[in-house]
Design a protein around this ligand. Sequence first.
Ligand code: ADP
Length: 743
Amino acid sequence: MVSPVTRRVGVLTSGGDAQGMNAAVRAVARAGIRFGAEVFAIHEGYQGAVDGGDGISALGWEDVGGIQHRGGTVIGTARCAAFRERAGRKQAAYHLAAQGIDRLVVVGGDGSLTGANLLSTEWPQFLAELAADGVLPADIVATHPTLHIAGIVGSIDNDMVGTDMTIGTDSAMHRIVEALDAISSTAASHQRTFVVEVMGRRCGYLALTAAIAGGADFALIPEAPPGDGWEEELCESLRRARERGRRESIVVVAEGARDRSGEPITADRICAVLEERLGEQARVTILGHVQRGGSPSAFDRSMATMMGYDAVDQVLTAGPNDGAQLVGVHRNRVRRVPLMRAVQENQAVARMVDEGHYEQALAARGDSYADLFGLLRALSHPRTTLPADPKRIAVLHAGGLAPGMNAAVRAVTLLGSDAGHEILGVDGGFTGLCDGRLRTLTPRDVDGWAGLGGAELGSRRGVLAPEQLYAVARAVDTHRIDALLVVGGLDGYESAQRIVRERGRYPSLDIPVVCVPATIDNNLPGTELTVGADTALNAIVEAIDRIKQSALAAHRCFVIEVMGRECGYLTLMSALSAGAERAYLPEDDLTLTDLAADVRSMTQRFRDGHGLFLAIRAEGAHPYYTTDVLARIFEAEADDLYDVRQAVLGHVQQGGNPSPFDRVLAARLAADAVAAVSAALGAGRSDAVAIGLDNGEIARTPLRRVDDLVDWARRRPRDQWWLRLRRVMRDLAEPAVGTRHTP
Ligand code: ADP
């Protein structure tokens, strides 16, 4: 019989599968064990609970090792018709209670979470009936009065109220944007129109963000049916795109898109419109299940990990009256909301869409969703004729290369032109500005830049030297520059600060100066994320996946060095996503005592039969304990138990096409940069600000505040939000003996 003090947690994945579910299962299992509970997998969704027997099995620490990189879910998912019936749910309650499982983490969509909520409501009644029938002993009923539930949304559609993102959405975006990139290259060589259908029956998030990231011309989504005459609007928009030199045209349509009278707008219907009005044969691509496939993105792995960790904490600490909770993310932080409320609100939004209350539905999805809709419109319909005497905005890069720099310049050009400004691209950063290497950028010039890696304008490391300020001032005069936009890293911020400080000496520098954060290091003030960091993380995580695979047969320790200088963001997040055993961060002062402890636990792990030990080290983690030194220390202590290899990932982290997230972030930040410049120019002010993301919202920080926010000696922000995730990473990395969860 189960001891009443042993807390038992079940975890199941249900409904449609989504990439990242495995990371959630791993986090639930490991955090549960670490917190002193026993964890059980319920296989094939609710079916495992309904069937009992092999449908429920214990999950050990090692059972969930090395599963994060896999798509789908290792514990299976299914749709279970029996669970929709009371009798089926009662059967499930019986099997769970008989095993002493009265805490459940459910990873699934709207339907699965509705089912979870129902089961937790019915639980006391079911148990009373089962006891009365003599099927369950009375002591089990007495010791498990409540079924504690935490729900995590696994759904690639991002269609749940109560969380900003759902597991699988970011990975699905990767698949869609890869397809859009591939399609644009063939479309561009033939001058064709492609209509791409993506998932999203009631939520157009995928269609909207993919259209922004993929540089598409038009998106049709369920919550915003186009008004009458949309056919002409669509054709007009494609015609105008052609006139400004676009060779390819892409229309993205969500599978649930419809018109104002509720008639579905299918890909075929769009093709018919294009053929009839433009005489053009468009090609249709329906992406279908490709969107659920492939390895989960770095974001889906880390977010699912955080959610799983929090969900298990929730079910283990819940009081009898807390009710089922939904564990989601809001503004970049894990947040719990009552599951019942979230499910009801979600169903209300679905009804709004079904009943045609579109504006309400759009508003219910939140402000940033409506903003994205506006952003796509502005990006795809730029005004191409400028006023007679436009303001001239120069845009340049500074600092190391960051994927997404081109996407930012593209957005600045399109949105800036639309606002009636002339955009001057500066080649070669501040040096290029001093040398007068400027060219006017038109929408035609930046066509195709949304997904382009590298930086077409070129970037340079290094801060503007005091002796260059005169040349900058002269360039501002000569080229009649009205405002300066710096898309780059800390070097750019420092240079911008110098420009602002020297306004007294050089009055021509008294112009608006706006910084847009772009660096893979994520070490900038006034923003929780920078353009480029997500792409770098994905590159790192993919590389680590490969490295791990190469070592499957051997007993091996890998020491992997990642970039980030003196900021450990990439190190910690990649360790969290890839499931590393150790992360050496510049923020932690590593000592020889720590290293000795690490060697001891590493040796013990190999003695216990563990095959792989993964240590990720930030390039700036320690001046003396370099990657090579760490590897040698580990090797010296290996005692034939294991061997050690080091891998310095190097510049693969800065290369590659920007991730969907970085492209959308670049566009959002650039939009606000243009708005900030326009506002300042309109009011005759010379504002100097940095644009950033604060709690998920676009925010501006005055450049004069930067000194308060940055630790210049270490070249990173004084306050780094992600450091709190160190605990999650450590808790899931290695089993601890005798650790008990203290609520
Ligand atoms: P998703 O969770 O992805 O929305 P479904 O709606 O198909 O997918 O739900 C998955 C499973 O969750 C169903 O097969 C069923 O077992 C359970 N479920 C869904 N809706 C309910 C409901 N209203 N009551 C009880 N169980 C439900």
